[in-house]
Write a protein of this length. Sequence first.
Length: 450
Amino acid sequence: MNELQKKDLEYIWHPCSQMKDYEKLPPIVIKNGKGVYLEDVDGNKYIDAVSSWWVNLFGHSNDRINKALYNQASTLEHVIFAGFSHEKAIELCERIIKVAPKGMKKVLFGDNGSSAVEIALKLSFQYHMQVGKKKKTKFIAISDAYHGETMGALSVGGVDLFSSMYKPLLIETIKVNGPDCYRCPYNKNRETCNAECFESMEKAIKENHEEITAVIIEPMIQGAAGMKMYSPNYLKKLKKLCDEYDINLIADEIAVGFGRTGKMFACEHAGISPDIMTVSKGLTAGYMPMSLVLTADKIYDAFYDDYETMKAFLHSHSYSGNPLGCAVAVETLKIFEEENILDTIDKKSKYLKEKIESTLLDIEYVGDYRQLGMIGAIELVKNKETKEAFPWQDRIGYKIYQLALKKGVLLRPLGNVIYFMPPYIITKEEIDIVVDTARECIEEYFSNNK
Ligand SMILES: *Cc1c(COP(=O)(O)O)cnc(C)c1O
């Protein structure tokens, strides 16, 4: 353990960590980042194959974004956003509305993903109060959903690992069995099915619609659940039924937005527009904590009235509309447009697919392989025939993570799911290194743990 690591552990409580684990593997102190590489204080380099928790799009220390950030910092670092505005916020919102699913018309600011989810939940609830549907107070979410860590976001989450401890504190939410394509109870295939699994959602909506204000969902991919992917038909059916019963559809695009799935936003795979949409993570290409909530006109209109009617949305964050974040987000959208990023993603995701298929799929323990755009994942199982999972106590993901670090790749598996979600600037050669390293580490793990 070096001096910095000792000091780190003296003072810092790291996110999503059992701090005792760091006795054996202390936090790696990173000195600099460039492109897909991170370099630690001892000079070791790591390819960032998880985009630093799904946020980085164009590499670390990107020249264009650095410049945008620097220019903004020397002009205006921050200003109160109630009663005031600034050019970059205006430009950002104009740009994002242009590329968002049609029907998204107004933009609110949060300062991280979870706060965007809180805003979305509050908006939906207040919307129904103000249009006179006072019984509509509940949310529906699907199993294994992940929407963040604050109380409201946890309430609509379905990953027990994160939420079960806090159950007594959480808002009562209706949980519905969501798609589970690898272990599909209907024996269908996600590419060809008609989202037969929608029936549990349909039942929940039909039985409870008078009390439901919104359904919240991660479109196409349930990230934290282990990159669980499902059919766009599920979203089509959901949108239709929500409309029928005056239920708001909240699309949480925080992980999947900004090209990750091959489209700008994942909703496009299903050709739907939600009523409320949350974005963060890639919004600032991995630079700044910022989030946006996009809404349809009907939501906005229900809040627009004379002050005395008390219909305003009285929600704020100190850093709402932060100019540094806005400048970076504007540059991010410009890069998408000017450098044809969606074409790049299309090509690179095809290569990633080829590479995974030719390198990993013959491993005895690879039960499922799924990919959409630049997110590829394999699920390791004890038994391919029965799809029996490895016990979580084995901590396979964590052990493979440790092996890969020694070989210079930052993979951070989710349970028994190893996924690749690299920045879009990754080269073919670097994709090869990442996927080959994953293979070596999986083989090494299983040869040591027979
Ligand atoms: C990461 C994530 C969040 C929470 O965002 P934070 O910025 O970590 O609070 C919410 N929803 C989804 C789908 C996410 O992946």
